[in-house]
Design a protein around this ligand. Sequence first.
Ligand code: MLT
Length: 401
Amino acid sequence: MKEIMKINEYYTEIGNNYLFAEVAKRVREYRESYPEKKVISLGIGDITQPIVPAVIDAVHKATTEMGDASTLRGYAPDGGYDFLVNAILKTDFQDKGIQLDADEIFVSDGAKSDTGNIGDILGQDNHVAITDPAYPVYVDTNKMSGRQIELLPCTPENHFVPAFPQKTADVIYLCYPNNPTGTVLTKEQLKKWVDYALEHQSLILFDAAYESFISQPDIPHSIYEIEGAKKVAIEFRSFSKTAGFTGMRAGYTVVPKELTAQTSKGKTLSLNALWKRRQSTKFNGTAYIIQRGAAAVYTHEGQIQIRQVIDYYMENAKIIKTGLENAGFTVYGGVNAPYIWAKTPDNMTSWEFFDLLLNKVQVVGTPGSGFGQAGEGFFRFTAFGNRENTVEAIERISKLV
Ligand code: MLT
């Protein structure tokens, strides 16, 4: 038989559509059928509030610089421009008592890419533990690479605190504040995971994309607040929700130099060096203009302005949470995260409830089962809508049930 080109057959083990693409498809079809209906989306966590003036001014200025040969910038430095890396180091870490070096920060086009791409430097035969439900990128990308996954259910029964895996995990994905449940781990709870990783030489991939939404004390913003974490954890951060960069694309990943791993031949390698090698080979940097915008987030005005927007979204979260509770729903999250995780009424499946909301009251959310099997029977609402639509959506849902 003639040799034919082979595809990565692991792709046949994941559904045809990425969760949010599937939701978008169904909403598009509905809108085409009923163009006169006003559909309100509390679905994908996309921003609705304008990007703050400090960022816009910086982006304008940087754009002007690109039109002048004396200030033009070409390829960006691999890990990001110093002006941004130093601002990140100071505000996100040093001011909070965490010491990191500039070459431990890797500026990127966002946490989605990085949490997916990190698999490039990890062996295929790692046993991977992922909380369930979870941001679909973790499971999908590990399936694409053919890795064995153990799901760690997070449910009301265990207060959304995952139990340790049954089989020792080599790699553990934790996202806190959590997408999709909106729940958090205290320092003490997170410390147990760091201690587990230290004991079993596991790697924790800590997605902290929503840390700026934390409102309560004793909730860690960074895993590096926990002693020993630099030996076991990579942390992902995002400007998407913190500063409205969903369409601009910027984030960063912290890979401490203390993180090492052994090859099968017993050679010790630095994960920082491997990630640097991966990024410099496959990624050409976040655009200068965008990095200038991201750096403006850390200025005095930038910090004040983004805080106002975050507070606005968190007020939406409160409106959703209390509105649903008053309508008789059981809900979680929404206090330290922009996500509200609601139990579906009458034991409906997540997709049944999705169809009901879309068809009857034209409100879009995200079916919990799309985030994993432990999400079945739940539904996620986001706080990223505008106020008027958020209030209207909750009124419509309240009248329905
Ligand atoms: C979400 O809705 O979970 C996020 O907005 C999706 C993403 O960040 O890619």
